[in-house]
Design a binder for this molecule. Structure first.
Ligand SMILES: *Cc1c(COP(=O)(O)O)cnc(C)c1O
Length: 376
């Protein structure tokens, strides 16, 4: 049987009845737009993140764009992020009107390298937007200390880190605001698009609630030139069901990651490393090897679908090439992307499937050329 990167079918088989009941409730109530399920999900997710507000929006990209706009960040401003993330992180900055400033990543964690920050800060810098990439929290204590020193905001891209913790605190409560995506394949995913902003900032929360809904303070009273960026009520109902399972799923993800690591320990791949005092939620299980495409092919022959996150860094993408600022050479970003390999992992993969994948990877993979300890 084929092994997909993420097995959503199994998840939905297990939750089928619960999800149908939740959807049916919305249909019978008829509150399709900003209905009761949206409010309830917002309360539950804010509480889960230990934050004051959650504002449901249409997707993760819009969460980033709106958050920056709401904080007054736009034309002429710079926002620092990393070059090895999904393009939405940088597009959010771009669509807010600001310039994405791309720095290199830490060779051990793939997260933003805080030692690269200070030299990337200019008088135009307004915020730092670290990504909790692959499900591991960014080095937020150091990032926040630098931000505080320079009067900058920290906004989390938490699209891959629902439920992850840094020093006991959940992603979503680590910066001024956090942007989540509920794209189906995320650790907490809807059955379509969805997103949210989580924050303690009353003013930002207020602005976002209006901005996502045509700028309306009350019906037909429009105080800002807003958008239609609402979280769908049926998706919110689905998310309420799934939120109850998130912690269990994340624990299972960690167990699956541990099983991969046990088997692959003596292989030639570079395994993921976790910094101290964080709870990684393994949105992706990413290894490195020197013959990545060969391994991908060997897996594909057996109908095992691994992935690459991400094959092309943002500063070389045609869409943003001319719109980003790159203050220093992105040595790690450039050299690692040919070696990255995401192995199938989700709460519903079986131990035997992991064993099958790991056996092929062990047999085929050759050592990576990039060193984890390289100084760029
Ligand atoms: C998925 C993702 C996004 C975008 O989310 P969408 O809901 O697809 O718009 C943003 N940032 C990161 C790091 C992501 O993985």
């Amino acid at each position: 049987m084929a092994i997909p990167l993420v097995n959503l079918k199994r998840q939905h088989t297990v939750l089928c009845n619960e999800i149908h009941a939740a959807m049916a409730e919305v249909v019978s109530r008829g509150d399709y737009i900003l209905g009761e399920s949206v409010q309830k999900f917002e309360q539950e997710f804010a509480k889960y993140c230990k934050a004051k507000h959650c504002i449901g929006v249409s997707n993760g990209l819009d969460a980033i764009t709106l958050t920056l706009k709401g904080l007054g960040i736009g034309q002429g401003d710079e926002v620092i992020t990393q070059a090895n993330t999904f393009i939405a992180t940088a597009l959010g900055i771009y669509h807010a009107g600001a310039t994405p400033v791309l720095v290199d990543h830490d060779p051990n964690t793939y997260n933003l390298d805080p030692t690269r920050l200070v030299s990337a800060i200019t008088p135009k810098t307004k915020a730092i937007l670290p990504v909790h990439l692959y499900g591991q929290p960014a080095q937020i204590d150091i990032i926040r200390a630098i931000a505080d020193e320079h009067g900058l905001l920290v906004i989390e891209d938490a699209a891959q880190a629902h439920g992850a913790r840094f020093h006991g605190n959940r992603c979503g409560s680590l910066g001024h605001a956090a942007c989540f995506s509920f794209y189906p394949g995320k650790n907490l995913g809807a059955l379509g698009d969805g997103g949210a902003v989580v924050t303690d900032d009353d003013e930002l929360a207020n602005w976002l609630r209006m901005a996502r809904n045509y700028g309306a303070r009350s019906k037909y009273e429009h105080v800002i030139a807003g958008f239609n960026n609402r979280l769908d009520t049926i998706q919110a109902a689905v998310l309420r069901v799934k939120l109850q399972h998130l912690d269990t799923w994340n624990t299972t993800r960690r167990q699956h990651a541990a099983r991969y690591m046990d088997i692959l320990e003596n292989s030639d791949v570079v395994l993921p490393t976790t910094i101290e005092n964080v709870e990684h939620v393994y949105h992706l299980f990413v290894v490195r090897c020197g013959n990545r495409d060969e391994v991908l092919e060997a897996l594909k022959v057996e109908e095992i679908f691994a992935g690459v996150h991400y094959p092309q860094p943002i500063h070389t993408q045609e869409a943003l090439r001319r719109s980003c600022s790159v203050p220093h050479r992105l040595t790690n970003t450039a050299s690692f992307c040919d070696e990255l390999l995401s192995l199938p992992l989700c709460p519903f993969i079986t131990g035997r499937e992991i064993d099958t994948v790991a056996a092929i990877v062990s047999r085929v993979a050759k050592p990576a050329k990039t060193s984890t300890f390289q100084v760029s």
